[in-house]
Design a binder for this molecule. Sequence first.
Ligand code: ADP
Ligand code: MG
Length: 353
Amino acid sequence: MARVRLAEVSKTYRRGTAPVFALRELSLDIAEGELLAVVGPSGCGKTTLLRTVAGLERPDSGRVSFGERDVTELPPERRAAGYVFQRPALYPHLSIYDNIAFGLRARRTERSKIDSRVRAAAARMRVDEGLLEQRPREISGGQQQRVALARALAIDPDIFLLDEPLSGLDAQLRAELRVELARIHNAIGSTTLFVTHDQSEALSLGERVAVVNDGRIEQLGTPRELYDAPVNTFVAGFIGTPPMALLNGSIGDGRFVAEGGGLAFASGAQALGAAIAGLRAEDVVLDPTGGVRGVVRVVEDIGSDCYVYVGGPFGALVARLRPDETPPHAGESVNLRLAAARAHFFDGAGLRR
Ligand code: ADP
Ligand code: MG
């Protein structure tokens, strides 16, 4: 396992004559043994990032290094990157055993070592011995993805590159394999770049999380840092379930006033002019004495929590109810109380203040 670094990596594709900027001078430093999650919307450059680390794409500029070694010019087979794709991409005509052995053979590993490595990787990923002689189509989707992980693990990679490895699975298997990935990571301390478009998956698995948008890192931090102090409205709206409510307005005389009216609260002394206030659901409560009035649009009762989506002239807010509170009905008028001291503020350009 190794520390892996990207330094100002850019990658542009062409669509016809138009350039597509997939990575824009992106720098990232993954510590040895770290599990770093990369999250961002579809098309933001996540797969390109992994393919560039693996050597499947060559960057237009910038460097990639594994440990002290600059690997930018090396072909994929000369870097030890264990790549796992979104869909378990197994060779259908090969046995499970031969699928796991594939990367080892491609790297011309000594024959005597192949068998022990295949069996060790299979055991680690909890692929039953009994499955090794079967074909991919004879085993379940979850088992196939375990095999793909075992294949990546078998080559004893410097880094694990996981490209949305859970998104092709149904919800229950996804939850199960997510725990499994955390277990493996804890057991072997693998340097891992885990890519997903699912922010809850990124927060639960990543020791640090990079939020990527349009080929750039918007913010890199621990899950708690991203949640507590998003640097801009993109991160604020992307991280957290439900997303932070963002209200347009202005700040003057130490107060935030919503653009549409019906909501104002103390914001500290700063006079900013145009501003955006962010409020998380846990900082908004239903309270008949609360000063903000709105109409319930949707009630989302998921058992552990109940979220109430409320609309008003100010825009939209979400309140989280305590387990003992009775939820209101859609269409009902309600009063809200805001924990104003916990509000987040962004300037007109969306940057945190
Ligand atoms: P993600 O994995 O985050 O969905 P990708 O890295 O696959 O994003 O793609 C980033 C951008 O580059 C997208 O706009 C995508 O359409 C474009 N892109 C990816 N691969 C190619 C390619 N081979 N040719 C042209 N454009 C591409
Ligand atoms: Mg992708």
